[in-house]
Design a protein around this ligand. Structure first.
Ligand SMILES: Nc1ncnc2c1ncn2[C@@H]1O[C@H](COP(=O)(O)OP(=O)(O)OP(=O)(O)O)[C@@H](O)[C@H]1O
Length: 771
């Protein structure tokens, strides 16, 4: 296997810098050698400065840990050698050693670099780390309302750490008392102290855990609330670009992950840091020599964890097992969307390593997002393997949901076998991902354990020597080993929490991105005239949707809607009729030109006022779950029952509503699913009419109505006084009833006039009628 060029460059740079340093300081080294191990460490510090600087300047791409390893490695080795007391002479300084020592040092560094590059193909994690610390201040600010609870939680954290740290010490004391036969009273006191330390640490730990869980719960609720508030005020262009699943993921997964930073990661980090420091203090008191040896575990554990964490990210980025399209092609329907969970699924906390599994319940993933087939060129950002496993689990849930919710279509098109095959494929992918993750984890744990055991064996060897020398008692050695085991697991937890904190902080960044948006809805306009005529003018309007900015769907469109008239927009599918409606509702801003209401640009009107004056009944009426009454009075706080009844009557809905057992109180079901299409349309019309709008827009709003819809239309115009009505319809009968018709073709106005005029011209309108 060829050596990556950046490693070659870095290795050569470090070797040359090392040689240059040794030549330059050759005269000073004998004086340093007299200082013993202090001299070793002074040499190490000097080499660290020079090698680190040279590496940064001449080989900035390489992992900078190489300079640290090269400069500190020999000093650590020589110091440990002195502690363990191995036979044979060793040089004090690398500079004064035979050239073979230098070759061995640099050779080891090259091997370490190659191993690192194999295990972790991408090494640029620095930026991610720096970025991850940014949101901590914001998270603290968000959690600030909980400061009394936070204060108590941190107090209990400190007390619990103190209690946990003193338990091994008390155990060692009890053992020594037992060995020395100091009498029952002394033994009882020692055991009592041990029990007291254990009991109090358990109590404090319980209080700490309970308080942090409580704070986390409140934090999650408040953040979700704020995030949702910021979402509903976003402009529609945003929702065109962002999938519902992504937003749901932000609200559920990312907020939960962000809450972990404070309530879990910092909590665990501080707890373990406190314990490590306390344990080290006790260990130093027992035997400084053994403590230095035991501390060897820290860099080893941190490096192993870093390799594992980084590798997880890389693997998930490269070997993505996302949702495939229906032909079984592997695709990534999720991307940064994450799991696309729209339910409030519950996170289950497992052990530290098995941190998060998603419970299957409550997962609902939109098919549009999941099923969106993406080609191999789709950019897949690196994601943690764990996250990919969760995504796959969410995909499995989505597959079930999609098949079951479309079971009628499955039956009609005989698709049972295909659905079966598709589901088994998704399960297969999930299984493969899990296997990959579990194998990696098992190997990592094994390596971690071996490193731990190696350090413990070293400590036992030295401890045995100290016992023989009489500088350590058996009880102290037992206490030391207990401390070492505990300190080891604390260091592991510390390293784990740090990695987890970084990835959770990235999730928090995404949440803050969303929270930082300025309100789009309601921003700007303040114009609230006391009287509105409802004269609408499209003046040279051009427009392209934000998702396809290169394609103009309206070009230089000019027409007007007059008060007291029904103006019909006619045109083939895709000619731009609904786009005109979207601009009139201010879903988007025109790219060029203006939409004016009574001569004033729409953006100058106050948001609430405008949407009370301009009401829309859309192509696919959307009802919300709740009663018919709630749906008609939606968005109107001051709506009287009589107004609701009058609107329902005008929309021709009173008949069927009265026939229902609970009348206006009848629940319409999710998205109005318990009503027929025509009934939904009538309720949607009533919802528009109850506002007594000056401008009424009917976008294919009468297609499912039975009875004389053109008579009803005339009634809606007359009842509103001089109401302006914009009608979009494909029904020639309705077009003929309009006062004026504007014909659109490919986003431009082809012709306009009264239906009779246009018919006699024999132009686009006539062709449309024939079509
Ligand atoms: N959200 C969108 N993003 C990008 N392009 C869109 C979007 N909505 C519509 N379009 C495109 O804009 C063009 C005009 O669409 P529009 O819905 O205004 O047509 P329409 O005349 O109302 O058609 P129909 O009679 O079928 O309702 C179409 O080519 C359509 O593909």
């Amino acid at each position: 296997m060829a050596m990556p060029p950046y490693i070659l460059r870095l290795s050569c740079t470090l070797l040359l810098a090392d040689l240059a340093l040794m030549l330059a300081l050759a005269h000073f080294f004998p004086a340093l050698a007299h200082l013993g191990w202090v001299g070793s460490w002074l040499e190490a510090g000097l080499r660290l400065l020079v090698l680190g600087g040279a590496g940064q300047l001449l080989a900035p791409r390489g992992p900078h840990g190489a300079a640290v390893l090269l400069s500190l490695g020999p000093a650590i080795f020589l110091t440990l050698r002195g502690y363990v007391g191995l036979p044979g002479a060793a040089p004090v300084l690398l500079a004064m050693a035979t050239p073979s020592w230098l070759v061995l040092t640099h050779g080891t560094a090259v091997v370490a670099l190659l191993t690192w590059s194999l295990l972790v193909p991408t090494v640029a994690t620095g930026a991610k780390e720096a970025e991850a610390w940014v949101p901590l201040r914001r998270l603290l600010a968000l959690a600030w309302p909980e400061w009394p609870f936070l204060g108590c939680a941190f107090l209990f954290l400190a007390l619990a750490a103190l209690g946990e740290t003193s338990v091994p010490y008390c155990t060692g004391r009890a053992l020594d008392v037992l060995r020395q036969g100091d009498g029952l009273a002394a033994f009882t006191a020692a055991v009592g102290l041990m029990c007291l330390a254990s009991a109090s640490s358990s109590l404090f730990a319980g209080c700490r855990g309970g308080l942090f869980t409580f704070i986390r719960f409140r934090f999650v609720l408040r953040t979700r609330d704020q995030l949702f508030s910021s979402l509903v005020y976003r402009d529609l262009a945003f929702f065109q670009k962002t999938t519902a699943a992504e937003l749901a993921s932000r609200l559920t997964t990312d907020v939960t992950l962000a809450s972990n930073v404070l309530a879990l990661n910092i909590n665990v980090m501080l707890r373990n840091l406190g314990q490590v420091l306390g344990l080290c203090a006790f260990m130093l008191g027992l035997s400084p020599r053994l403590t230095m040896l035991a501390l060897l575990e820290v860099p080893l554990a941190v490096t192993a964890r870093k390799v594992y964490d980084t590798r997880h990210q890389v693997i998930a980025g490269m070997g993505w097992w996302g949702w495939g399209d229906r032909d079984g092609n592997s695709g990534n329907g999720m991307g940064t969307v994450g799991m696309g969970i729209t339910g409030w699924g519950s996170w289950v906390q497992h052990s530290k390593d098995e941190r998060m599994e998603k419970s299957g319940a409550g997962m609902e993933v939109g098919w549009r997002v999941l099923g969106h087939p993406m080609g191999a060129d789709t950019h897949c950002p690196p994601q943690m393997l764990q996250r990919a496993v969760l995504d796959a689990a969410a995909n499995t849930g989505a597959a079930v949901q999609e098949s079951i919710s479309s079971i009628e279509m499955v039956r009609v098109f005989n698709g049972e076998e295909e659905e079966e095959y598709r589901y088994s494929q998704v399960l297969d992918r999930t299984l493969r991902l899990r296997d990959q993750r579990d194998t990696e984890r098992a190997i990592f744990l094994l390596i971690q354990r071996v490193l731990q055991l190696a350090v413990q064996a070293l400590v036992l060897y030295c401890g045995h020597q100290q016992l023989r020398e009489g500088t350590l008692t058996a009880g102290s050695l037992v206490a030391f080993i207990l401390y070492q085991t505990k300190a080891g697991s604390c260091v592991q937890a510390l390293a784990y929490s740090y990695g987890d904190l970084l990835s959770n902080a990235v999730a928090a960044c995404k949440v803050f991105d969303y929270l930082d948006w300025e309100r789009a809805v309601g921003a700007g306009g303040t114009y609230v005239p006391t009287r509105l005529r409802g004269h609408v003018t499209f003046h040279r309007v051009s427009f392209a949707y934000p998702t396809r900015p290169e394609r103009l769907v309206l070009q230089d469109v000019t027409f007007e809607l007059r008060p007291g008239e029904v103006t019909a927009l006619a045109g083939l599918n895709g000619s731009g009729k609904s786009t005109c409606v979207a601009l009139l509702e201010r879903f988007y801003e025109p790219g060029a030109g203006e939409v004016l209401l009574d001569g004033v640009p729409l953006r100058d009107y106050e948001h609430r006022y405008l949407h009370r004056q301009v009401a829309l009944v859309g192509q696919e009426p959307v009802l919300f779950s709740g009663s018919i009454r709630d749906n008609i009075a939606y968005g109107m706080e001051d709506c009287e029952e009589e107004e609701i009844i009058a609107a329902a009557k005008a929309a021709g809905a009173l008949g069927f509503i009265s026939a229902l057992e609970q009348g206006f109180g009848t629940d319409v079901g999710e998205r109005g699913g318990q009503l027929s299409a025509g009934q939904k349309q009538r309720i949607a019309i009533a919802r528009a009419l109850v506002r007594r709008p000056t401008v009424l827009i009917l976008d294919e709003a009468t297609s499912a109505l039975d009875g004389d819809s053109d008579a009803m239309l005339q009634q809606w115009v007359r009842n509103g006084g001089d109401r302006t009505v914009l009608l979009i319809t494909h029904q020639p009968r309705m077009l003929e009833k309009a006062d004026r018709v504007v014909v659109l073709e490919h986003g431009t106005v082809a012709e306009m006039g009264t239906p009779a005029e246009l018919r006699t011209r024999g132009g686009p309108y006539s062709r449309l009628l024939q079509h």
